[in-house]
Design a protein around this ligand. Structure first.
Ligand SMILES: NC(=O)c1ccc[n+]([C@@H]2O[C@H](COP(=O)([O-])OP(=O)(O)OC[C@H]3O[C@@H](n4cnc5c(N)ncnc54)[C@H](OP(=O)(O)O)[C@@H]3O)[C@@H](O)[C@H]2O)c1
Length: 266
């Protein structure tokens, strides 16, 4: 597979958005200008995302959706069924990006699942085959055993977990890097050093951190629950940070995860 895929720079993350408020939030986000939505079977709100997209009247080519297969949906048959269930709930004929949510290495099903996703892509049900939470050794297994790599890897990434080695591998192999938890699940807002950097550039902490992510060609999918925050996060795309500020932010890395190490999630 040749990797020439460029994801939207900013999308809306839907993890932990309550089912009853998802449709209204997506409608608000569409109104603000969001056109990419990050969802998963495990989030429980695909149907509400689908309803908002359908109500918008937007042409299918004007928005993109990611969904993901959960750990208990892995395996060739599992993936086929999971994708069909997701498409059904979303009310779509195809998903723009479909990901293995976690590799769950102890189950040893991610290689077979990925191979099945390549077939589902040939069938037109998946436009782009992606993965999430893959370390380099899992990607290498795909490359060596199937001779193919995902077009995108969505991993935890924020100032405290910068993923430099993994992203160097991505660049070498044409894999797009996408950050989940791009605001360290709100932990950035309690950081006084980030607050003073944000003040220096005349932006909010969210805008500072998201602009830093975008500056290294990493796409982001921050979750936000109000119109003000949706707008604030989207406008971070217009913020260009000076070199000295970028350099300081690069120094925040301390290999700190808000979520599990993918090796341990099985
Ligand atoms: N692939 C995976 O395994 C995986 C794992 C986790 C997440 N994800 C995806 O990544 C998305 C984002 O990650 P996340 O939701 O865990 O964390 P996040 O986006 O880093 O942080 C979200 C938190 O930041 C707050 N926030 C957002 N914008 C803000 C702003 N401008 N000012 C102040 N607070 C702000 C949100 O508050 P409010 O919501 O209250 O506004 C929420 O508490 C998820 O929704 C999901 O789509 C994927």
């Amino acid at each position: 597979m040749t990797n020439s895929f460029t994801p939207a720079r900013i999308g809306l993350g839907l993890f932990k958005v309550p089912v009853e408020s998802t449709q209204a939030l997506v409608e608000e986000a569409l109104d603000v200008g969001y056109r990419h939505f990050d969802c998963a079977s495990n989030y429980g709100n695909e149907a509400q995302l689908g309803a908002a997209l359908s109500n918008s009247g937007l042409d299918r080519s004007n928005f993109t959706v990611t969904s993901k297969a959960w750990i208990d949906e892995l395996g060739p048959t599992g993936i086929q069924d999971a994708l069909k269930r997701s498409l059904d709930r979303l009310g779509l004929d195809s998903v723009d990006i479909y990901m293995i949510h976690w590799p769950a290495p102890e189950r040893d099903l991610y290689v077979a699942s990925f191979q099945e996703m390549l077939l589902l892509r040939q069938d037109g049900l998946i436009k782009n085959v992606g993965v999430s939470n893959f370390h380099i050794d899992y990607l290498e297994r795909l490359r060596q055993e199937i001779g193919s790599l995902p077009v995108i890897n969505q991993v935890e990434r924020h100032p405290y977990l910068q993923q430099q080695e993994l992203f160097t591998y991505h660049s070498k192999h044409g894999i797009a890097s996408q950050a989940w938890g791009p605001l360290a699940r709100a932990e950035v807002f309690a950081d006084s050093r980030l607050a003073s950097l944000a003040e220096r550039v005349g932006a909010s902490i969210a805008q500072l951190v998201l602009a830093w992510q975008l500056s290294s060609a990493v796409s982001v999918i921050p979750k936000a629950s109000s119109r003000k925050r949706l707008e604030e996060n989207l406008t971070s795309a217009d913020l260009v940070l000076p070199e000295d500020v970028l350099k300081e932010l690069n120094g925040f890395d301390r290999d700190y995860r808000t979520g599990p190490n993918p090796a341990d999630k099985n």
